[in-house]
Every structure is written in C-alpha cells, then in structure tokens.
Ligand binder design. Structure first.
Ligand SMILES: [Zn+2]
Length: 430
C-alpha cells in the first residue's frame, strides 16, 4: 500500500469530520470540570469512555481512591481506553487532562456555552485542552475507519484529572499503577495547546517555597522595642531585586522555551502576608509585625540543579544575616518539579515532525513549555521518555477570559496526530 495515498484519504476523512471535532469539543466544554474543586469529572470521563467503547475500546474508569483531593463529593475519576490492534506492535497513547481552571472574570461569552463564531469555539477549556482531546479522539476514529481497524499494536486514549493542580490524582496516580510504562505504552502524545506546528519537548522546572521572616512584636508606637518582620522581608525583596533578578535574566538555556521571555530563569512572588489581620473595623492593631510570609515561584532551566536554585535563595538570606544578626527566617519547600526535555530525535518527535511538514507544508518548530504539565509524571514515575506535547491552540489563551480554539487548527492537528499514530504503530516502516 502506498502510504501517501493512504494518508491523503485519511486527511480527507478528517476534513469530512470537522463537525464531529467541533461537536465533541462543545460537548466536553459544556461539562464544567472546574478544578478546584474538581467538578463533574465522572460525567466528562463517561462522555469520552462511552464514545470510545462504541468504537471497540476496552474502557476503564479509574478513581484515584485515597488520592490527593479525592472525595465522594469530588471523586477523581480518570478514564483509560485501549483498543488492541490486529498484530504485534507498539502502543500509541493520547493523554488529555479533562479539568479546567475556573472561568474567572472578564468574559464576553458564556464560558460554558461553547459558542461557535468566526471559525472558533469559545469557552473555558476549549484551548486548554478539550479541543485537543476532541482532535485526538476524532483522529483515532478516522484512522480506525480508514484502516478498517487493521493496525498493528494498540491505541490508547486517556482523559485524566487534576493537571491544573499538579496531576497527582490523575497522570501521576495512573503512572504509579503502571499505566504509563513500557511495554504497556511506548509513545505518548499530550495534545496541550502548544501551536499546531510545534512539538513541545518538555517544560521548565518549578520550585515553590514559603519564606517566613520572623520578628519580635512590640507596641506600634514604639517600634524600636521590637523587630519588624515586614522590614526584614522588605530587605530580602530588595536583595532579590538587586542581586538575584539580574543573574536570573542573564541565564541562557538550550531549552527552546516559548514565549521567548521565558527562555531564562524566572521568579514570581505568588503572595505576601505580613503583620496582623485587619480587625472587624478594618484597622489592624498597632503591633510590630512578628511574621511576614512570602510564597515564591521559581521556574528553572535544565542547566540548573534544584540544589542550586534553593541554594541561591538561602545565600541571599545568609548574606542578609551579616547585616541583621538577629535575622530569623525559615524556608518551607511547597512544590518541586524537575525540568524535563525529551530528546529531539526521539521517535515520537521525528514522527510528528514528518507529519507536520506533510500537513502544514512547513517544518516543525521544537518548543518547551514555560509551565509544567503532566509529562513530568510520565517521565519520572512511568520512566517513559518518548513523550511530548503536541496539540492545537494558542498557549497564551490558556486560562484567559474569552479562551477559544480555532476549528481549522483542530482539524490540521487531528491530521498530524492521526498520521503520526499510523507511522508510529508501523514503527516508521512505511
Ligand atoms: Zn493544559
């Protein structure tokens, strides 16, 4: 069989199913799987599972019982669907998270109506990442129809929970149970919105920590009798501005992070709390603050070690201690994620590149996500490294008001995913 003739028929079939991609996207968006708290996961998992069961997939609903945030009110229900092929071969897995972040303010559209306008579907989760899930599902259905199901290996599709809150009851939990390890699975594509002509190799690392500066309280009219934790924190923040930011900005990386501004180390302050809470009359008591807490969010590069990232925060505080001998502080680690980056010549990367070129007529770009996503669990827990993110949608729209996905982008990326799966299942021997 001539592969390029086959692929052209496959692509025509996907074009014919544009409405199916749009309809599935809309059906998924209308189930408001907002996380936190993790609404309606079961409904969304069943929408996918029922559909795939009708196409001959063996469907499992896997609740992360006892997992982080799992409860009877908000059960963490994942769906994993697998369809065995007609001969030996590898398994290609498409994984998408079904949770979305809250709608937030500033919408001009109903965030859960999934309105179609001007070639786009609008709504929370259209771009991140229900449009990508819909594109992957229809891609796999078209591939099964065009081949009559005669494919080697196996196809898997999973819809998983809690990616937006770390993925612990989703991909991490499934990976611990062996769902993301060879030989069960060989290649994983996560259709996160990283642009239809880009292959996303991985993501930067994350270090969240709470720094608390402790002081000694006294009456606010005689602050010299105490030691202000807020002044201590102000000194720390000034040192970060003066000594740390210029160094972070200067760091270069081999990671092709997008957007360009994230192609270096970054540091955000997520929150800052100091002193007494305001009382019922809105006035805080006149006290010298005995505590000031800062939550920092450091995103780091593959060239940096976690020890170094932590160490330079400690070094700043220790330098401060030389000027403030009474300085009392603690650092509490809140979350750490190591950077991950799949090799640029890994099979899934090569296959996607070839099909992006075929479908879009231009070479693929390698990118790395500025933020983390579920690939980390597949790499570190599943020990599966042939995994990337590839999917439709504009990254910058994720989590924004009036989030949308372009219908043409979903169709194009569905073609790329279908052809890539076909190529990988045949071990590139076409
Ligand atoms: Zn996402």
């Amino acid at each position: 069989m001539d592969a390029s003739d086959f692929l052209h028929r496959l692509f025509a079939r996907i074009d014919d199913r544009t409405d199916a991609i749009v309809d599935l996207t809309r059906d998924l968006v209308r189930i408001p799987t907002v996380n936190p708290p993790g609404e309606a996961y079961g409904d969304c998992a069943r929408l996918l599972g029922d559909r795939l069961a009708r196409r001959g997939f063996a469907v499992e609903y896997l609740r992360a019982e006892g997992g982080l945030a799992d409860s009877d009110r908000y059960p963490r229900i994942n769906v994993v669907a697998r369809r065995e092929g007609t001969g030996p071969g590898p398994c290609v897995h498409f994984n998408g998270h079904i949770d979305v972040v809250e709608a937030g303010r500033g919408w001009t559209e109903d965030p859960f109506a999934a309105t179609v306008r001007d070639g786009r579907v609008y709504g929370r989760g259209t771009c991140d990442m229900k449009g990508g899930i819909a594109a992957a599902v229809v891609a796999v259905e078209a591939l099964l129809d065009e081949t009559g199901g005669h494919l080697p290996g196996a196809l898997e599709i999973s819809g998983t929970v809690d990616e937006e809150s770390g993925g612990f009851a989703g991909v991490a939990w499934l990976a611990q149970k062996g769902h993301f390890s060879p030989p069960r699975v060989d290649h994983v594509i996560i259709p996160e919105p990283l642009h239809k002509d880009c292959v996303c190799l991985g993501h930067r690392g994350v270090y969240w920590a709470e720094v608390e500066v402790k002081g000694r309280t006294a009456h606010g009219s005689m602050p010299f009798l105490g030691r202000s934790a807020i002044r201590g924190m102000a000194d720390f923040l000034a040192r970060v501005e003066r000594d740390l930011y210029p160094r972070l900005d200067a760091r270069e990386t081999a990671m092709p992070v997008i957007p360009e501004g994230a192609r270096r180390s970054t540091l955000n302050f997520n929150s800052l709390h100091g002193g007494q809470d305001e009382g019922a009359d809105g006035l805080p008591s006149p006290m010298v603050a005995d505590s000031c807490r800062l939550v920092l969010d450091r995103r780091f590069l593959i060239e940096e070690s976690l020890d170094d990232v932590k160490g330079e925060i400690v070094a700043l505080l220790e330098a401060m201690r030389r000027d403030r001998p009474a300085l009392d502080y603690t650092i509490r680690d809140m979350m750490t994620v190591l950077p991950t980056m799949t090799e640029a010549d890994a099979p899934v990367v090569r296959a996607l590149e070839g099909e992006i070129l075929r479908v879009l007529g231009r070479p693929a770009t390698h990118v790395v996500s500025p933020g983390t996503y579920d690939q980390k669990h597949i790499a570190r827990i599943g020990h599966l490294h042939d995994c990337v993110a590839y999917g439709p949608g504009i990254l910058d729209l994720a989590h924004q008001p009036d989030e949308f996905i372009d219908i043409a982008d979903m169709v194009d990326s569905a073609k790329v995913m279908a052809a890539t799966a076909y190529r990988l299942l045949h071990r590139n021997n076409l």
